[in-house]
Design a protein around this ligand. Structure first.
Ligand code: NAP
Length: 242
């Protein structure tokens, strides 16, 4: 039985990935800073016949991450998959962006990805098997006005993933990035309707994506079908960025 950690796993894309990987008979450790993670873990384990547990972890805090990895190893003994999905936005034009808005986004999105990947890597190397999936965004490729902090963090994830992929490929560990387009979650719910409609018109398939659209690619990347794919960025965006 394989074991996956999914950060930001209490809701949205992370929860969908948890449910999808559980359907493949993978045990699930959901990490999040919000308390709803307990309920999400119960839903994962009651929907599929796997063990799912919730751990309250702030991915931007390295010591918390290291402690949480120890707890997961105590509970599950192994860690095969890490999905670095926790992310936040603090949008604003650069002229008005406060340094704390820059730092908080970089700390959660990019440093969080570093913290969690580093903390599980030794275990994956010892097992000689691992799958690292980092959730970036198409704006990490294109840039986006009002999101210089977020786009920079997501571009950083792409370069981080490629570097890690090169370091660990010979250990039977792959590292890939998924770059979602516009996906229906709490993160996009708060956008004004006219902004959502404008985005939707730019998407060739003419709809926003659903969390399961991302979860399906995560399922592929952890499977043996993807064992020869590493260091790649897979856009899941209805054709928005080509
Ligand atoms: P979401 O619904 O807001 O879920 C993200 C989860 O991560 C939330 O529960 C959030 O808690 C949690 N989180 C925030 N900071 C954390 C921290 N320091 N440690 C641990 N957990 C933390 O977002 P989503 O839409 O599912 O997004 C998931 C990932 O996909 C993110 O990396 C996002 O950037 C990326 N993405 C999303 C879209 C989209 O259109 N939705 C597009 C491209 C990329 P809070 O609610 O308290 O913040």
């Amino acid at each position: 039985m394989k074991v996956a950690i999914i950060t930001g796993g209490a809701k949205g894309i992370g929860k969908a990935i948890g449910l999808k990987l559980a359907s493949l008979n993978i045990d699930i450790a959901l990490w999040d800073i919000i308390d709803e993670g307990d309920e999400s873990a119960r839903e994962v384990s009651s929907t599929h016949k796997v063990t799912a547990r919730f751990y309250k972890v702030d991915v931007s805090n390295y010591n918390e991450v290291v402690d949480a990895v120890k707890k997961v190893l105590d509970d599950f003994k192994k860690i095969h998959i890490i999905v670095n999905n926790a992310g936040i936005t603090r949008d604003g034009l650069l002229l008005r962006m406060k340094p704390e808005e820059w730092h908080s986004v970089l700390n959660v999105n990019l440093t969080g990805c570093f913290n969690c990947t580093k903390a599980v890597l030794k275990t994956m190397i010892a097992q000689r098997w691992g799958r690292i999936i980092n959730i970036s965004s198409v704006v990490g490729i294109t840039g986006n006005p009002g999101q210089s902090n977020y786009a920079a963090s997501k571009a950083g994830i792409i370069a981080f993933t490629k570097s890690v992929a090169k370091e660990v490929a010979k250990r039977n560990i792959t590292a890939n990035t998924i770059a979602p387009g516009f996906i229906e979650t709490d993160m996009t719910l708060s956008l004004p309707d006219e902004v959502k409609e404008a985005y939707q018109k730019q998407i060739p398939v003419q709809r926003m994506g659903k969390p399961i659209d991302i979860a399906n690619i995560a399922a592929f990347l952890v499977s043996e079908y993807a064992s020869y794919i590493t260091g790649q960025v897979i856009n899941v965006d209805g054709g928005l960025v080509m």
